[in-house]
Write a protein that binds this ligand. Sequence first.
Ligand code: ZN
Length: 345
Amino acid sequence: MKKAISALLIVGMLFGIACFAGCTAKKEETTQVTKSTADIDYLVIVNKLHKLPEDWEKNLNITKMNNSLGDDVEVETKAYEAYLKLKEDLKKEGVNIDLDSARRSIAAQEDIVKRFTEKYGEDYVKKYVAVPGYSEHHTGLALDLYLNINGKDVYLNEDMVKYPEIWEKIHQKLADYGFILRYLKGKEHVTGYSYEPWHIRYIDDVDAAKEITAKGIAFEEYLGLVKVTDVAYDYGQSKLYKKAQIEECMDLVKCKFAEWEGCELQALRYAGDEKNAREKTERLKSLNEKEPDQYTAIMVLETDFKTGEKISDTLTLEPGKDYTDYQWILACDKEGSWEIADCGY
Ligand SMILES: [Zn+2]
Protein backbone atom coordinates (compact mmCIF):
# COMPACT_ATOMS: atom_id res chain seq x y z
CA MET A 1 0.00 0.00 0.00
CA LYS A 2 1.72 3.13 -1.18
CA LYS A 3 0.12 6.43 -2.05
CA ALA A 4 1.75 9.66 -3.13
CA ILE A 5 -0.94 12.09 -2.13
CA SER A 6 -0.62 14.52 0.79
CA ALA A 7 -1.68 13.04 4.10
CA LEU A 8 -1.68 9.53 2.76
CA LEU A 9 1.96 9.85 1.84
CA ILE A 10 2.68 10.54 5.49
CA VAL A 11 0.65 7.47 6.41
CA GLY A 12 2.61 5.41 3.91
CA MET A 13 5.96 6.65 5.16
CA LEU A 14 5.18 6.08 8.80
CA PHE A 15 3.73 2.70 7.97
CA GLY A 16 7.10 1.84 6.51
CA ILE A 17 8.89 2.91 9.64
CA ALA A 18 6.45 1.08 11.86
CA CYS A 19 6.74 -2.05 9.77
CA PHE A 20 10.50 -1.92 9.90
CA ALA A 21 10.44 -1.69 13.67
CA GLY A 22 8.03 -4.61 13.78
CA CYS A 23 10.19 -6.71 11.49
CA THR A 24 13.31 -6.19 13.54
CA ALA A 25 11.61 -7.33 16.70
CA LYS A 26 10.16 -10.39 15.00
CA LYS A 27 13.48 -11.52 13.54
CA GLU A 28 14.85 -12.84 16.83
CA GLU A 29 11.69 -14.78 17.49
CA THR A 30 11.64 -16.56 14.13
CA THR A 31 15.31 -17.54 14.21
CA GLN A 32 14.99 -19.00 17.68
CA VAL A 33 11.87 -21.06 17.24
CA THR A 34 11.06 -23.52 14.48
CA LYS A 35 7.35 -23.73 13.92
CA SER A 36 5.15 -25.98 11.89
CA THR A 37 3.07 -24.36 9.17
CA ALA A 38 0.41 -27.02 9.84
CA ASP A 39 -0.60 -24.92 12.85
CA ILE A 40 -2.37 -22.30 10.84
CA ASP A 41 -5.65 -22.33 8.94
CA TYR A 42 -4.92 -21.06 5.44
CA LEU A 43 -8.61 -20.32 4.89
CA VAL A 44 -8.69 -17.90 7.83
CA ILE A 45 -10.87 -14.84 7.31
CA VAL A 46 -9.68 -11.50 8.63
CA ASN A 47 -11.67 -8.43 7.60
CA LYS A 48 -13.41 -5.44 9.17
CA LEU A 49 -15.79 -7.82 10.99
CA HIS A 50 -13.51 -10.76 11.71
CA LYS A 51 -10.52 -10.39 13.97
CA LEU A 52 -7.23 -12.26 13.67
CA PRO A 53 -7.46 -15.46 15.79
CA GLU A 54 -5.94 -15.13 19.25
CA ASP A 55 -3.01 -17.55 18.85
CA TRP A 56 -2.25 -16.68 15.23
CA GLU A 57 0.96 -14.73 15.66
CA LYS A 58 2.69 -17.30 17.84
CA ASN A 59 1.94 -20.11 15.37
CA LEU A 60 3.13 -18.20 12.34
CA ASN A 61 6.21 -19.34 10.46
CA ILE A 62 7.74 -16.30 8.79
CA THR A 63 10.29 -15.76 6.03
CA LYS A 64 11.96 -12.41 5.77
CA MET A 65 13.00 -10.97 2.42
CA ASN A 66 14.37 -7.72 1.09
CA ASN A 67 12.71 -6.14 -1.94
CA SER A 68 14.21 -4.05 -4.76
CA LEU A 69 13.34 -0.86 -2.85
CA GLY A 70 15.49 -2.03 0.07
CA ASP A 71 12.51 -2.67 2.38
CA ASP A 72 12.36 -5.65 4.71
CA VAL A 73 9.24 -7.71 4.05
CA GLU A 74 7.89 -10.56 6.19
CA VAL A 75 5.74 -13.29 4.63
CA GLU A 76 4.30 -16.55 5.91
CA THR A 77 6.79 -19.16 4.68
CA LYS A 78 4.52 -21.32 2.51
CA ALA A 79 2.95 -18.22 0.96
CA TYR A 80 6.42 -16.93 0.16
CA GLU A 81 7.43 -20.18 -1.56
CA ALA A 82 4.27 -20.00 -3.69
CA TYR A 83 4.94 -16.35 -4.43
CA LEU A 84 8.43 -17.17 -5.74
CA LYS A 85 6.94 -19.73 -8.16
CA LEU A 86 4.35 -17.21 -9.34
CA LYS A 87 7.07 -14.60 -9.84
CA GLU A 88 9.21 -17.05 -11.84
CA ASP A 89 6.27 -18.03 -14.03
CA LEU A 90 5.33 -14.40 -14.73
CA LYS A 91 8.93 -13.54 -15.56
CA LYS A 92 8.75 -15.94 -18.50
CA GLU A 93 5.96 -13.78 -19.90
CA GLY A 94 7.93 -10.60 -19.40
CA VAL A 95 6.03 -9.52 -16.29
CA ASN A 96 8.18 -8.58 -13.29
CA ILE A 97 6.70 -8.35 -9.82
CA ASP A 98 8.11 -7.67 -6.36
CA LEU A 99 6.73 -7.60 -2.81
CA ASP A 100 5.80 -4.24 -1.36
CA SER A 101 4.49 -5.36 2.00
CA ALA A 102 3.01 -8.48 3.44
CA ARG A 103 2.89 -9.27 7.14
CA ARG A 104 2.27 -6.47 9.63
CA SER A 105 2.09 -7.40 13.32
CA ILE A 106 -0.72 -6.27 15.61
CA ALA A 107 1.86 -4.55 17.79
CA ALA A 108 3.12 -2.51 14.83
CA GLN A 109 -0.45 -1.52 13.95
CA GLU A 110 -1.17 -0.52 17.56
CA ASP A 111 1.93 1.62 17.50
CA ILE A 112 0.73 3.38 14.34
CA VAL A 113 -2.69 4.04 15.89
CA LYS A 114 -1.07 5.48 19.03
CA ARG A 115 1.31 7.77 17.20
CA PHE A 116 -1.29 8.95 14.70
CA THR A 117 -3.89 9.64 17.37
CA GLU A 118 -1.37 11.86 19.17
CA LYS A 119 -0.40 13.60 15.95
CA TYR A 120 -3.61 13.89 13.91
CA GLY A 121 -6.43 13.05 16.31
CA GLU A 122 -9.01 10.30 16.58
CA ASP A 123 -11.13 11.26 13.55
CA TYR A 124 -8.15 11.00 11.25
CA VAL A 125 -7.15 7.61 12.63
CA LYS A 126 -10.70 6.29 12.25
CA LYS A 127 -10.70 7.32 8.60
CA TYR A 128 -7.25 6.23 7.45
CA VAL A 129 -5.76 3.65 9.82
CA ALA A 130 -6.87 0.02 10.08
CA VAL A 131 -8.03 -1.16 13.51
CA PRO A 132 -5.33 -3.43 15.02
CA GLY A 133 -6.36 -7.08 14.68
CA TYR A 134 -8.66 -6.47 11.71
CA SER A 135 -6.17 -6.16 8.84
CA GLU A 136 -5.61 -9.16 6.59
CA HIS A 137 -1.92 -8.21 6.53
CA HIS A 138 -1.66 -9.55 10.10
CA THR A 139 -2.05 -13.07 8.74
CA GLY A 140 1.18 -13.02 6.72
CA LEU A 141 -0.90 -14.48 3.87
CA ALA A 142 -1.81 -11.14 2.26
CA LEU A 143 0.75 -9.79 -0.18
CA ASP A 144 0.89 -6.36 -1.80
CA LEU A 145 2.71 -6.56 -5.13
CA TYR A 146 4.38 -3.87 -7.18
CA LEU A 147 5.63 -3.88 -10.75
CA ASN A 148 8.93 -3.47 -12.48
CA ILE A 149 8.37 -2.13 -15.98
CA ASN A 150 11.33 -1.71 -18.34
CA GLY A 151 13.73 -1.80 -15.41
CA LYS A 152 11.77 0.79 -13.43
CA ASP A 153 9.94 0.08 -10.17
CA VAL A 154 6.29 1.13 -10.20
CA TYR A 155 4.95 1.03 -6.64
CA LEU A 156 2.64 4.01 -6.09
CA ASN A 157 -1.05 3.08 -6.18
CA GLU A 158 -1.93 5.81 -8.67
CA ASP A 159 0.85 4.67 -11.02
CA MET A 160 0.14 0.95 -10.69
CA VAL A 161 -3.49 1.31 -11.74
CA LYS A 162 -2.31 2.62 -15.12
CA TYR A 163 -1.34 -0.93 -16.17
CA PRO A 164 -4.57 -2.96 -16.20
CA GLU A 165 -3.26 -5.29 -18.92
CA ILE A 166 -0.25 -6.26 -16.80
CA TRP A 167 -2.43 -6.88 -13.75
CA GLU A 168 -4.70 -9.00 -15.93
CA LYS A 169 -1.74 -11.25 -16.79
CA ILE A 170 -0.82 -11.51 -13.11
CA HIS A 171 -4.39 -12.24 -12.00
CA GLN A 172 -4.74 -15.05 -14.56
CA LYS A 173 -1.89 -16.96 -12.91
CA LEU A 174 -2.75 -16.44 -9.24
CA ALA A 175 -4.95 -19.50 -8.74
CA ASP A 176 -2.28 -21.86 -10.19
CA TYR A 177 -0.18 -21.10 -7.12
CA GLY A 178 -2.95 -21.01 -4.50
CA PHE A 179 -3.54 -17.25 -4.54
CA ILE A 180 -6.71 -15.21 -5.06
CA LEU A 181 -7.31 -11.55 -5.81
CA ARG A 182 -8.84 -10.34 -2.57
CA TYR A 183 -10.50 -6.96 -3.17
CA LEU A 184 -12.53 -7.34 -6.34
CA LYS A 185 -14.22 -4.65 -8.41
CA GLY A 186 -17.94 -4.72 -7.61
CA LYS A 187 -17.53 -6.62 -4.31
CA GLU A 188 -16.73 -3.60 -2.13
CA HIS A 189 -19.96 -4.13 -0.16
CA VAL A 190 -18.70 -7.61 0.76
CA THR A 191 -14.96 -7.05 1.32
CA GLY A 192 -15.16 -3.51 2.73
CA TYR A 193 -12.35 -2.37 0.44
CA SER A 194 -12.12 -0.67 -2.94
CA TYR A 195 -10.59 -2.58 -5.85
CA GLU A 196 -6.91 -3.31 -5.24
CA PRO A 197 -5.22 -5.12 -8.14
CA TRP A 198 -2.03 -5.54 -6.08
CA HIS A 199 -3.41 -7.15 -2.92
CA ILE A 200 -3.35 -10.93 -3.27
CA ARG A 201 -4.12 -13.59 -0.69
CA TYR A 202 -2.60 -17.05 -0.28
CA ILE A 203 -5.10 -19.81 0.58
CA ASP A 204 -2.90 -22.92 0.02
CA ASP A 205 -5.57 -24.64 -2.08
CA VAL A 206 -5.26 -24.50 -5.87
CA ASP A 207 -8.70 -26.01 -6.52
CA ALA A 208 -10.45 -23.57 -4.18
CA ALA A 209 -8.50 -20.66 -5.66
CA LYS A 210 -9.53 -21.76 -9.17
CA GLU A 211 -13.17 -22.03 -8.14
CA ILE A 212 -13.19 -18.58 -6.50
CA THR A 213 -11.51 -17.04 -9.55
CA ALA A 214 -13.81 -18.74 -12.07
CA LYS A 215 -16.94 -17.69 -10.20
CA GLY A 216 -15.66 -14.15 -9.68
CA ILE A 217 -16.77 -14.23 -6.05
CA ALA A 218 -15.24 -12.68 -2.95
CA PHE A 219 -13.53 -14.87 -0.35
CA GLU A 220 -16.33 -14.05 2.13
CA GLU A 221 -18.85 -15.39 -0.38
CA TYR A 222 -16.83 -18.56 -0.99
CA LEU A 223 -16.73 -19.22 2.76
CA GLY A 224 -20.50 -18.73 2.98
CA LEU A 225 -20.24 -15.75 5.32
CA VAL A 226 -22.14 -13.56 2.87
CA LYS A 227 -24.81 -14.56 0.38
CA VAL A 228 -23.93 -13.96 -3.28
CA THR A 229 -26.33 -11.34 -4.65
CA ASP A 230 -26.32 -8.94 -7.57
CA VAL A 231 -26.48 -5.27 -6.74
CA ALA A 232 -28.42 -3.00 -9.13
CA TYR A 233 -26.57 0.25 -9.79
CA ASP A 234 -28.08 3.41 -11.24
CA TYR A 235 -25.86 6.43 -11.86
CA GLY A 236 -28.74 8.54 -13.14
CA GLN A 237 -28.33 11.46 -15.54
CA SER A 238 -26.65 14.12 -13.45
CA LYS A 239 -25.76 17.62 -14.53
CA LEU A 240 -24.22 18.28 -11.11
CA TYR A 241 -21.77 15.40 -10.90
CA LYS A 242 -19.60 13.33 -13.21
CA LYS A 243 -20.11 9.57 -13.24
CA ALA A 244 -16.64 9.11 -11.71
CA GLN A 245 -17.63 11.23 -8.69
CA ILE A 246 -20.84 9.25 -8.23
CA GLU A 247 -18.84 6.03 -8.49
CA GLU A 248 -16.36 7.26 -5.89
CA CYS A 249 -19.18 8.01 -3.46
CA MET A 250 -20.86 4.67 -4.22
CA ASP A 251 -17.56 2.96 -3.35
CA LEU A 252 -17.53 4.66 0.05
CA VAL A 253 -21.09 3.58 0.77
CA LYS A 254 -20.37 0.01 -0.33
CA CYS A 255 -17.23 -0.23 1.82
CA LYS A 256 -19.21 1.02 4.81
CA PHE A 257 -22.03 -1.40 4.03
CA ALA A 258 -19.62 -4.34 4.36
CA GLU A 259 -19.47 -3.54 8.08
CA TRP A 260 -23.24 -4.05 8.42
CA GLU A 261 -23.11 -7.71 9.32
CA GLY A 262 -25.99 -9.81 7.99
CA CYS A 263 -27.29 -7.03 5.72
CA GLU A 264 -27.71 -7.66 2.02
CA LEU A 265 -27.26 -4.78 -0.42
CA GLN A 266 -29.72 -4.92 -3.32
CA ALA A 267 -29.62 -1.55 -5.05
CA LEU A 268 -27.53 1.58 -4.99
CA ARG A 269 -28.43 4.71 -6.96
CA TYR A 270 -27.84 8.41 -7.39
CA ALA A 271 -30.79 10.20 -5.78
CA GLY A 272 -31.23 12.63 -8.69
CA ASP A 273 -30.22 16.25 -9.25
CA GLU A 274 -33.39 17.67 -7.73
CA LYS A 275 -32.93 15.96 -4.37
CA ASN A 276 -29.20 16.68 -4.41
CA ALA A 277 -29.68 20.39 -5.04
CA ARG A 278 -32.29 20.55 -2.27
CA GLU A 279 -30.08 18.82 0.31
CA LYS A 280 -26.97 20.80 -0.57
CA THR A 281 -27.85 24.16 0.97
CA GLU A 282 -29.21 22.78 4.25
CA ARG A 283 -26.56 20.15 4.79
CA LEU A 284 -23.61 22.36 3.95
CA LYS A 285 -24.87 24.96 6.37
CA SER A 286 -25.06 22.51 9.27
CA LEU A 287 -21.82 20.69 8.37
CA ASN A 288 -19.87 23.94 8.13
CA GLU A 289 -21.15 25.27 11.44
CA LYS A 290 -18.04 24.15 13.34
CA GLU A 291 -15.55 25.21 10.71
CA PRO A 292 -16.68 27.56 7.90
CA ASP A 293 -16.08 26.32 4.33
CA GLN A 294 -14.75 22.96 5.50
CA TYR A 295 -17.11 21.17 3.10
CA THR A 296 -17.83 22.26 -0.44
CA ALA A 297 -20.26 19.71 -1.89
CA ILE A 298 -22.96 17.23 -0.88
CA MET A 299 -24.08 14.05 -2.63
CA VAL A 300 -27.19 12.03 -1.87
CA LEU A 301 -27.33 8.35 -2.74
CA GLU A 302 -30.09 5.84 -2.07
CA THR A 303 -29.96 2.16 -1.23
CA ASP A 304 -32.33 -0.78 -1.01
CA PHE A 305 -31.26 -3.56 1.32
CA LYS A 306 -32.44 -6.37 3.51
CA THR A 307 -31.39 -6.90 7.12
CA GLY A 308 -30.55 -10.35 8.46
CA GLU A 309 -32.45 -12.23 11.16
CA LYS A 310 -29.70 -11.41 13.63
CA ILE A 311 -28.38 -7.90 13.68
CA SER A 312 -25.49 -6.16 15.44
CA ASP A 313 -26.34 -3.97 18.48
CA THR A 314 -24.41 -1.12 16.95
CA LEU A 315 -26.95 -0.80 14.11
CA THR A 316 -30.23 1.02 14.65
CA LEU A 317 -32.07 -1.21 12.19
CA GLU A 318 -34.75 -3.83 12.62
CA PRO A 319 -33.88 -7.47 11.87
CA GLY A 320 -35.42 -9.31 8.93
CA LYS A 321 -36.73 -6.20 7.22
CA ASP A 322 -36.60 -4.72 3.71
CA TYR A 323 -35.40 -1.16 3.56
CA THR A 324 -36.03 0.90 0.42
CA ASP A 325 -34.80 4.38 -0.54
CA TYR A 326 -32.54 4.47 2.50
CA GLN A 327 -30.41 7.61 2.14
CA TRP A 328 -26.70 8.26 2.36
CA ILE A 329 -25.40 11.80 2.58
CA LEU A 330 -21.81 12.30 1.48
CA ALA A 331 -19.78 15.44 1.92
CA CYS A 332 -16.75 16.64 -0.03
CA ASP A 333 -14.16 18.61 1.92
CA LYS A 334 -12.09 21.47 0.57
CA GLU A 335 -9.27 19.08 -0.38
CA GLY A 336 -11.70 17.24 -2.67
CA SER A 337 -12.00 14.14 -0.50
CA TRP A 338 -15.47 12.60 -0.01
CA GLU A 339 -16.73 11.09 3.23
CA ILE A 340 -19.99 9.72 4.57
CA ALA A 341 -21.66 12.44 6.63
CA ASP A 342 -24.93 10.73 7.51
CA CYS A 343 -27.28 7.90 6.65
CA GLY A 344 -30.91 7.09 7.35
CA TYR A 345 -34.34 8.39 6.38
ZN1 ZN B 1 -2.71 -4.99 1.02
